[in-house]
Design a protein around this ligand. Sequence first.
Ligand SMILES: Nc1ncnc2c1ncn2[C@@H]1O[C@H](COP(=O)(O)OP(=O)(O)OP(=O)(O)O)[C@@H](O)[C@H]1O
Ligand SMILES: [Mg+2]
Length: 345
Amino acid sequence: MLNQRDYTAVFESSPDAMLVVDANGVIRDLNRQALAMFGYGREEIEGSPVERLVPEASRARHVLHRRRYGESPHPRPMGQELELQALRKDGMTIPVEISLSPSTLGSGEPHVICAVRDMTGWKRLRRLSGMMITGAEQERRHLSRELHDEFLQSLVALKIRAKLLADEKDDAERERARERMAGEIADTIRGVKRMIRGLLPPALDHQGLSSAIGSALRDIEEVYGFTVHARLGRVGRSMDENAALALYRIVQEAVMNAVRHSGVGEAAVTLESTAEAVTATVRDEGCGFALPDLEALSGDDCIGLVGMRERAALTGGWLDIRTSPGKGTTVRVSVPVAEPEDEQE
Ligand SMILES: Nc1ncnc2c1ncn2[C@@H]1O[C@H](COP(=O)(O)OP(=O)(O)OP(=O)(O)O)[C@@H](O)[C@H]1O
Ligand SMILES: [Mg+2]
């Protein structure tokens, strides 16, 4: 038989935060995970109303729910309510899932045992999978635009030229037209090759991050007539490939944003690495913009910026965007060289 100490050990070793709340909504006990999740010391929170852990805006509703639950208590598993938020001591809210089980403790008093699970990681994953879907759709739109604007137009023009060429009686003029056509065909072939290159993931394994970024920047310079002042330090090959790819895509997106939105014709890109992290900056002296709260955005808004931030976070790194209207834009991203530690250890 398990004794009191064993039960305490079970309570403490639960992977979820656990709270024991009495019929008046007062927290009577909580485990280590709960203290860590909410950021309180035991003496600060034990004996407090459970509503201290509920964001202000939902407190009154929570009291009502709690009273109703107290009238007909029943086990309620996790996942039955969506988007519950809990309030930490530092004022941050976290998405949680909560399961409740009514219980009569040794004292004979009715209590509720609450298991609380932090859903931050899961929410991030859900958002990322949504982004991947919209990202793929966006990419298709971009491809179809490029195929239409660039290649379809060139092929239509070549077809007309071929017809004119066939009708041309003057030998010298026909030769000039033939040369022009050959030049246009070569341009179109170069365009297709560039597009194919842009679609392929960069060959980071044998090229290395620094030269892969270098070639991507040269492509952008050539295609958009944009000048990139690049200072790219060497990056050791020990870097995790996913982290390197994330950094590559972030730099690519930040430079493309400078090309498309900054209103100036140049940007500076740097890449530096230490034993711990690789850091890249993309700076333009252009129009800048009012940076929205990327956490609060959803759906199709600012997919580029949100994607940069998510990519950096998924590698265990960070992204910092400094910008304001008229002051240019600096995007700084840092990703750790070692793989992020497994949180589930
Ligand atoms: N370097 C920059 N200079 C000025 N404005 C910028 C810059 N970078 C981003 N912006 C502004 O922020 C907005 C959001 O950027 P984001 O990359 O998320 O989307 P986008 O570039 O418009 O579209 P896409 O989804 O193709 O990236 C841009 O539309 C632009 O108004
Ligand atoms: Mg963009």
